[in-house]
Every structure is written in C-alpha cells, then in structure tokens.
Design a protein around this ligand. Structure first.
Ligand code: TRP
Ligand code: ZN
Length: 490
C-alpha cells in the first residue's frame, strides 16, 4: 500500500484510485447492532472505536447541547455504510475528511454512508457535528437524560450515550475519551478521569476532562450544573475528585460524609481486588430526583435520595467495587451482568464484616432463608436473567450468594486469589461468565461446572449444601445494603 502511494506519475495515481474501491468491492453495510441477544439494536457492527474526542457547548437555561464528536475507529469488515447510536440532530458527517451522507434510522441509529467504501482493517476518522435539546429526545418511549433546575446529567445503564454523543454503544467496544465542555461561568462540567485544564473566555468556561484508560460507553458520564468540587489523595496514592451539587439541601452533609470516604474505601478494596485500575477516583452527587447510583468510570454517580436517611458507605463500596468488577473488566454481553452486580454486592458483604455489622456468611444465610422455595426470586437465573430481569434484586442477592457458594467450595485461599487475580488478568478488557469459571477452575484446581449451574443457571432454589440456618437474624448492615437496590423497585 505505502509503496504504491509513493510511486510518482499519472498511471500510478490512477491505479491507486482504482485499487481502493476495487479492494472493497464486496463491501456491505455494518450491522445496526453488535450482536447482543438482550439488546439486538445496541452497538453496531463493522468497526471498533479506540477514542472519542467530544468538544461540546452546553447552555443550562435551554438544555441545548452542541458540538463535534471525532471518533477514531478501525474497520472490521469492508463497509459500504455503518451506524452510530445517536439521537441528537446531525448537520454534517465526515469520514476520513470527506463529507459523507447520513440518515436517522430505527430507534437510535445514525446511518453513515461514506463516498467510497471502507476497507477492512483500516483506520477511520469520523467527524460528527451536531446540536439538539437532549431532554426533547426519546427512544423506545423513554429518555435517560436527567434535567436538573441548573443543568443536566447523563448517567444510566445500559443507555445514556445516545443523548449526548454518537457511539458504538455496547460495553464490548471500549475506548479512551477526551470530553471538553464549555458552559456559562458559574456552571461546572463534570466527567470521567482527570480534569486536565479549564479556560475562561467571554463569560464561558471550558472544562477539559480526559479518560486515558478504556471505558465502556455506558460508563461515560457528563454532569452540568452548580457544583462544589473537593480534591484529595488517598493514603495509597490515588487522586480523588468529588463534586456536590450546591442544591442538595439537607442531604448535603450525609452525601459528603459518605462520598468523602472514597479514598479510604478505594484503598480498602485494593486489599481484596489489587491496585486501583485508574488514574483517579471519585463521585458526584447532582440534584436529580433519581434514586440509584451508577458506577460511571472513575466518577461515580450518586443520587441525593440515597443519603436522605444519613450517610451510606455501603453504596460507595458497591460503586467503587465496580471500578474493578464492571469498569476495568467489563462484560462481553449484558447477560454476563452477574460479573458486575454479584461482585459489587459481595464487596458490600465484605464491608459489612469489616464494620462489624454481619459477616458475608451471615448475609448469605439471611438471603437464603428469607426467600422460600416458591418465591419468584429463585426463578431469576443470575447467569442469564433476561433483559427484563437484568437488574432484578436476585441478580444482586442471589448473585452474591453464588459468590459465597464459590468461596465455600474452593476455600478462602483460592477464593481470595481469584478475587484479586481476576481484575489483573482481564484488566481493561472484556470477559464473560465462562471466562470467569475457567479462571476460577484454573486457580482452584477444582471442576466448578455443577456449582455454577446450581447457583447461576437454574430457575429454582438450590439445596443449602452443608449449611441450614432456619431463621437467621437480619444482619445490622442489611438496611444500608438494600438501599443500593432502589433501581430494582422502580
Ligand atoms: N449498575 C447500577 C448499580 O447497581 C444499577 C443500575 C441498574 C442502574 N440499572 C440502572 C443505574 C439504570 C442507573 C440506571 O450500581
Ligand atoms: Zn451495581
């Protein structure tokens, strides 16, 4: 390829022009979905993104977002066209510098047709210019863009990117990010990673955030509003950046009393999961009316309501545990959700033990005993719950029970080696439950097919094995742990 391009002369130039389209002669459209059976239209086929550069401007008074996304990708097939997942209004698309035609399609697809087909395995730069009022857009009848009195927040799972940047919206395609947002002076923009710089000009301030480690699209977050920002460094050396809406009212104290413990909790979790995988940690509490938290990478989203009854460090433990289990090691498909939620919930059980509020085994016994065999709780298979039950309580509680069952089966030495070795072995990548089972079998030297089948893949209550506790007392930590569940009750 390179040699041909360097050959001078009209004949050589003509052969280059002819050669490129000819080599993509069998080009076809990229699939409108990446192939996830739970969400067939999510993500896209035909390319793999390595970096998103988002240069945005946001006006809180009108909720208008405008900007340019530059997406760096590599093709994985010869492409006559490809999709991005996106809902805002697009004014121009360029592919490798050349204007391309585009059209909206389906619930959230932007179909891009370049002037000439793209050859498999080549780098491609896509520039999308866009604008819109995200709160006016919906797909499948819903919106996950959270408007606040002073701005807005993008944080939801599995869908949040469509409302603010064009993407290959599936955790299988992770990428690094530069998110640069201009907002009127007095408003702040919060996103993932580190704040590289801010600049002010003519009444507007631009915030330049960088995420330099691969990040799934649903873990990208953006918050715009009036925030206080705190910075510190954990004892273990992890820089911490937290942000609090100035309008948290009387939840402000409890929010800070929880989220300001991020550094301490990151260090504590490192003892179980190994070194913290990212260059910064933290969380933010916007003035939304939502009730859940989300493990947005390096900058966890918390709802004020979670602190309405006082501080809750258990939810902070849950979301920070996801930084290893879910964010650094992410899912190959949404059916693998147990790898996220089972382990984040189990981390809460370990924290309960650390706080002297009930051991992991006591919590497991309590979950086991509180659901009789005919409770629909047991019909949810944590290893393949279905899209409707992806975030059912059973994925969390039965999921953590499965983790405890693994611990009891292979013993503490092998179990804690698995807990710490997994995030290192699959760091910054993607994995599925089969990968996890193979890893646990390798570390423990035990066959685990039956155990996984019983605890993750059967729609019925497993026999209790060695332990039978008739009516265990509710552990002290139960209430705070359950407060992480608010998403399932909605
Ligand atoms: N992953 C989140 C957690 O447990 C919970 C969650 C599930 C969620 N679905 C959501 C959060 C939708 C926000 C929106 O930490
Ligand atoms: Zn979770």
């Amino acid at each position: 390829m390179h040699r041909r391009i360097l050959v001078p002369g009209a004949l050589a130039a003509a052969s280059v022009l002819l050669a490129i389209p000819a080599s993509a002669a069998g080009a076809s459209p990229g699939a409108p979905g990446i192939g996830d059976p739970y969400y067939p239209a999510y993500g896209n086929g035909g390319y793999d993104v390595s970096h998103y550069d988002l240069r945005l401007t946001y006006q809180p008074a009108t909720d208008r977002l405008e900007g340019t996304a530059t997406v760096l990708a590599r093709t994985t097939q010869d492409l006559s066209s490809f999709d991005l997942d996106f809902l805002l209004d697009v004014s121009e698309v360029r592919v490798n510098g050349v204007t391309a035609s585009f059209a909206a399609s389906g619930e959230h697809e932007l179909v891009v047709t370049p002037k000439s087909p793209l050859v498999k395995g080549t780098p491609v730069t896509v520039v999308v210019r866009y604008a819109g009022v995200p709160s006016t857009k919906s797909a499948y009848g819903f919106s996950t863009w959270h408007r606040t009195p002073d701005g807005a927040v993008a944080a939801d799972e599995p869908e949040s990117a469509w409302w603010w940047f064009p993407s290959n919206d599936h955790p299988l395609d992770k990428a690094t990010y530069d998110v640069s947002v201009a907002v009127p002076d007095g408003t702040r923009a919060i996103s993932n990673g580190t704040l590289r710089s801010t600049t002010s000009r003519l009444g507007w301030t631009r915030y330049n955030w960088r995420q330099d480690k691969p990040q799934a699209t649903y873990l990208a977050t953006l918050a715009l509003g009036r925030f206080d920002i705190t910075t510190s460094t954990s004892e273990g050396g992890v820089p911490v950046v937290n942000a609090y809406s100035r309008d948290l009212g009387d939840d402000d104290g409890a929010a800070r009393a929880s989220v300001e413990r991020t550094g301490e909790i990151v260090d504590w979790l490192s003892g179980y999961f190994g070194p913290y995988p990212f260059g910064s940690a933290g969380g933010y509490v916007p003035n939304t009316t939502t009730s859940y938290a989300l493990e947005t990478q390096t900058r966890v989203f918390y709802s004020p309501r979670q602190f309405a009854n006082g501080s809750n460090t258990s939810v902070v433990v849950h979301e920070l545990a996801h930084q290893w289990y879910g964010d650094s090691v992410s899912l190959k498909g949404w059916r693998d959700i147990w790898l996220n939620e089972g382990f984040a919930r189990y981390a809460q059980w370990l924290w309960s033990e650390h706080e002297g509020e009930g051991t992991a085994q006591e919590l497991a016994d309590y979950v086991y005993a509180s659901h009789p065999a005919d409770d629909p709780f047991w019909t949810v298979k944590p290893g393949d719950p279905g899209a409707e039950n992806q975030f059912d309580t059973a994925v969390y509680d039965r999921g953590a029970l499965a983790v405890q069952a693994l611990r009891n089966e292979i013993g503490d030495d092998a179990f804690f080696a698995v807990l710490k070795g997994w995030p290192r072995t699959y760091a910054y990548g993607s994995a599925d439950i089969a990968d996890f089972r193979a890893y646990a079998e390798q570390v423990s030297g035990k066959p685990l097919e039956a155990l996984f089948d019983t605890w993750l893949f059967r729609p019925s209550k497993p026999a209790s094995g060695a332990r039978t506790v008739a009516a265990p007392v509710r552990p002290k930590s139960w209430q705070k742990i359950a407060a992480t569940n608010s998403v399932h009750q909605n």
